[in-house]
Design a protein around this ligand. Sequence first.
Ligand code: TTP
Ligand code: MG
Length: 243
Amino acid sequence: MSSAVSKLARLSRPFTVLVEGNIGAGKSLFLDRFNAFPNLQVLKEPVDKWRNLNGQNLLQLMYEDPVRWSLTFQTYVQLTMLEQHMSCVSPIKLMERSIFSAKYCFVQNLRNEGKMAESEYEVLTAWFDFLRSSSEINLEADLVVYLRTSPQVAYERLKGRNRGEEQFIPLKYIQDLHALHEDWLIGKQAPIPAPVYVIDADKDHKDLDSEFLELKKFISHKNQSGKSVSNNSDHENYRQQNL
Ligand code: TTP
Ligand code: MG
């Protein structure tokens, strides 16, 4: 790709919102609210792919024996997240998670816990850095929505939904992931891809109507104005008023 074409490809990406938050925060439910929205693509996390790669349940393997399988699993997570980042079928895109939370929260946690060897961590990081710096690949985003929960609430939701692979997750794991989300999105100890809009997701999903409406309004405005996402002035106004 010539540099002019690749620059154009980077600029013409959809207006991109990343929905982040701990396991059980309610990301999928929140995204469901946008399903019927015009000109908008909702990309749920590819958990089904992680549970069945040609018959291999990588998520299960990772939970059963993270020392053995976490590199395999996180490599595939990184690939499937990259596919989501590169998907471009409508002017607006909402994604569940991103390549960034996979790296800054999950991979970091595996490393902190000594479940991923330094050599493995470095290989994943080399791939991550390559993807981030490639001029052919656009990982940029316009907004991060952080569904912020207390670890206890996230843990109770996780137990309540009873996803088989997650049945032996201890509260400590959710607490550690919470701390890493906080370090990243509130403490800004790792690079944040876009301004962060924080939602108190300890509230019941049904009580998040006003937050949903506010985001919907902002997205509708983007949609009607039809402005290029490379013109960030609207976004800057929004950020200043609301973030
Ligand atoms: P989440 O990405 O948190 O998705 P969720 O559907 O559980 O969240 P919500 O209830 O808010 O919709 O986690 C999906 C599973 O994948 C969970 O068991 C954690 C695991 N996972 C990793 O182990 N590593 C990763 O890098 C990612 C992204 C997820
Ligand atoms: Mg989900």
